[in-house]
Ligand binder design. Structure first.
Ligand code: KG4
Ligand code: ZN
Length: 376
């Protein structure tokens, strides 16, 4: 079975081709991604209507790239059916781009179109879902709705099919920070989540305070890497919010405010000094990763988990990965799964991977911007 997967929940436009063979092995045929970092840099965060416009512009070129990479174009195409066109009534540019692409190129055999239905930014989800509907109607194949958080967790399916349960997944991204207990592959129980900002949001916002640009996570990590250990030079001391709370919840907004207050309390020349910015970046990274790993430890201990799974953009962070490795090595018999950097941040490959274990195939999907773990 060949699945064409689409991801547009935030600021990355992704299309991937994923294959599942008769034995259940999952392989990646191709993946293409259009990043919008350049567009959102000026805002220091994702601006939903600009993000939607960029998806509308990028979806067809990204589709074409993914199909070409997998050698999946089979000669000349045909007119897009009226029904397919009707799904793009409000997406004029997208309708024009897709119909002109399908006129000149016919994709090889695809069995289903998978698409992120949520959680995510509503305008962005609409672009992806309408596009998926039009494409599925053109190819006369069913749709598979996919939950974005579950897809972050299931990106490991490309590398591993057998996982021991129970498993605990830590999903940390720009929009979410959640600990999820899995008793088997398709069972998801939310243990805890952030009560305010997500870990990635905290990194993005504090990076902005320090003038480090967007996305903030990698920018902070790059600066922080200049110091192998935190420095005491500026006596920066950031809180580790909710570290000892009796639940699995997180809170990052106090940490964000603490960074802002420390920054504002400094003299102008200190605020601009490379040494201060580096020291602060190191301390921010330390604080965020301390909290994430501490809560992961609590979840692993309480659930007797056999597997710990990381997912989401923030888990591309090397310091976090090292702390998680150290933690999990102290749990004999527990395995740690870390996705490759390409699969940590948003991508369509993981949507395809999640779709391979999803039974639901339908002719109709709709967006669920606040989808929780019970949705698909
Ligand atoms: O999973 P993702 O690409 O998108 C969402 O679903 O939100 O995560 C994006 C977040 C951003 O906040 C970004 O700053 C952060 O992941 N991020 C990182 C790193 N790479 C991306 N944070 C820390 N270290 C990184 N290396
Ligand atoms: Zn994500």
């Amino acid at each position: 079975m060949i699945i064409l997967a689409i991801e547009t929940s935030c600021d990355d436009t992704g299309v991937a081709l994923v294959k599942k063979d008769e034995k259940g092995n999952i392989s990646l045929l191709s993946g293409a991604l259009s990043s919008q970092d350049e567009i959102h840099r000026k805002w220091g965060g994702v601006y939903p209507s600009e993000a939607k416009r960029a998806h509308q512009k990028n979806l067809v070129p990204t589709l074409e790239e993914a199909l070409k990479k997998a050698d999946f174009i089979d000669g000349k195409g045909s007119e897009m059916p009226k029904k397919a066109m009707s799904f793009l009534e409000r997406e004029e540019e997208l309708a024009e781009n897709l119909s002109s692409f399908l006129r000149k190129s016919r994709p090889k055999k695809i069995d289903a179109v998978a698409v992120t239905i949520g959680p995510g930014l509503e305008p962005c989800l609409y672009a992806g879902v309408n596009f998926a509907k039009a494409l599925a109607a053109s190819l006369e194949v069913p749709l598979i709705p996919v939950n974005h958080i579950k897809a972050h967790i299931l990106s490991f399916l490309f590398e591993k099919r057998e996982v021991s349960f129970p498993a605990v997944a830590l999903v940390a991204s720009g929009g979410h920070t959640e600990l999820v207990l899995m008793k088997f592959l398709k069972s998801y129980n939310l243990l805890g989540k952030t009560r305010d900002d997500a870990a990635g949001e905290c990194l993005d916002k504090t990076a902005r305070v320090l003038g480090l640009g967007y996305p903030g996570g990698p920018a902070i990590a790059k600066k922080a890497a200049k110091l192998s250990t935190p420095t005491t030079r500026f006596s920066i001391s950031l809180p580790r919010p909710m570290l000892y709370s009796k639940n699995y919840d997180f809170s990052f907004s106090g940490l964000k405010t603490a960074v802002l207050y420390d920054f504002l309390s400094r003299k102008k020349e200190t605020q601009k000094s490379e040494d201060y910015i580096t020291a602060m970046a190191r301390e921010i990274e330390e604080a965020v990763t301390d909290v994430l790993v501490f809560k992961l430890k609590k979840a692993l201990t309480d659930t007797n988990a056999k597997t710990a799974i990381l997912g989401g953009g923030v888990t591309a962070n090397k310091t976090l990965q090292q702390k998680a490795e150290k933690l999990v090595s102290s749990f004999p018999g527990t395995e740690l799964i870390i996705p490759s950097p390409r699969l940590s941040t948003d991508n369509a490959e993981m949507i395809g991977a999640a779709a391979t274990v999803e039974k639901k195939k339908t002719n109709y999907v709709t967006i669920v911007p606040n989808a929780n773990l019970t949705v698909y």
